[in-house]
Design a protein around this ligand. Structure first.
Ligand code: BMA
Length: 328
């Protein structure tokens, strides 16, 4: 039995694996949990992140407006399934050069030490990684952008590693990025990032074609007694455009740029109608997990077809077994 190293979360959203199901991740049977028009101004609500907060949950949600302007909104839930999302986007305090909004999307939320950090794709003369923190999901303090443009998918580790804050990211371009590998960066203070290390690349041949165009980190990595469990997205370019699937890998606990094992088979792919049909078809895009260290349960929050938000379930044992069985 593998173990999650972390807190217990007795009220984690959960459904048992359906009888006879042979994939490591199964969907909530009432998906999608957040509809595209859950707030009055939204065209779509997807690629969003949640964390335990108080006796329930809080989250940061990507809501694209009916002008198709991308911004991030705070929200709250008692059960992790039914969400109340604020009708106004997050207002950040901080240096106005940095808080000046171009666009904001694809948030992640990570609790480190005493506060919640939000990272997101932040427009600053091109996409880069915005960072902010909050204690209460009411007041948000924005820090310096982590990198020069162009970068996307900045994902913090939930604790310092070798005395440094740590982040995964995916250097990119100004457009829809027809390339992309995952890198690891370290910082003494969450402002100055360096000691960059390559973590993993795409596969250019037939061995794992679903991740042949680009890959990017998804939810905050999950600490286990066998290494960091990383769930990520992988993309293939087809005659009808990009298809986004979910993959998984196990990273070394002290040197997370070293990949211990990586699955060549995807762990979740767009199969259901709400994943295959929407503003951008054929996209599953994971941005958050909730975990319960007592039971090994994992709840995954993911964007579906750039339109709605889905919930899915797995366990640390299911994931590690599948990664090992399907490793290169
Ligand atoms: C990526 C990001 C994601 C989006 C995905 C599919 O480049 O923009 O926000 O879900 O494309 O459109």
């Amino acid at each position: 039995m593998a173990k999650i190293i972390g807190q217990s979360l007795k009220n984690i959203p959960w459904q048992d694996k359906p009888e006879g199901y042979n994939m490591p991740i199964w969907r909530y049977n009432q998906n999608p949990i957040i509809q595209r028009n859950a707030i009055p101004t939204s065209n779509s609500i997807f690629n969003s992140a949640v964390v335990p907060f108080g006796d329930g949950y809080a989250g940061v949600f990507r809501c694209d407006s009916k002008c198709v302007s991308m911004d991030i909104f705070a929200g709250f839930s008692k059960d992790g399934i039914n969400w109340e999302i604020n009708h106004e986007p997050i207002v950040f305090e901080g240096d106005t050069e940095v808080t000046k909004r171009e666009y904001r999307y694809d948030p992640r939320v990570c609790f480190i030490e005493d506060r919640y950090y939000i990272t997101w794709c932040n427009g600053y003369h091109g996409p880069t990684i915005g960072i902010a923190y909050t204690f209460d999901f009411k007041t948000f303090h924005q820090l310096e952008n982590a990198f020069l443009p162009y970068n996307r998918n900045g994902v913090l580790f939930p604790r310092k590693i070798n005395g440094k804050y740590a982040m995964l990211s995916r250097p990119s371009d100004t457009g829809h990025t027809p390339f992309g590998d995952i890198f690891f960066s370290q910082s003494p203070d969450l402002e100055y990032w360096g000691h960059h290390r390559h973590v993993m690349s795409t596969f250019k041949d037939d061995a794992s074609a679903w991740q042949s165009t680009k890959i990017g980190p998804g939810p905050v990595p999950i600490e286990t007694d066998e290494g960091w469990l990383l769930i990520y997205h992988g993309v293939i370019n087809t005659c009808n455009g990009f298809v986004y699937r979910m993959g998984a890998a196990l990273l070394d606990i002290n040197e997370p740029w070293k990949v211990i094992k990586r699955s060549k088979a995807y762990v979740l792919a767009p199969y259901e109608l709400y994943e295959c049909v929407g503003d951008v078809p054929n996209v599953v895009f994971p941005c958050a997990t909730l975990t319960d260290a007592d039971t090994g349960r994992i709840a995954i929050y993911y964007g579906c077809a750039d339109t709605v938000t889905g919930l899915a379930f797995t366990t640390v044992d299911d994931m590690l077994k599948y990664i090992k069985e399907n490793a290169f």
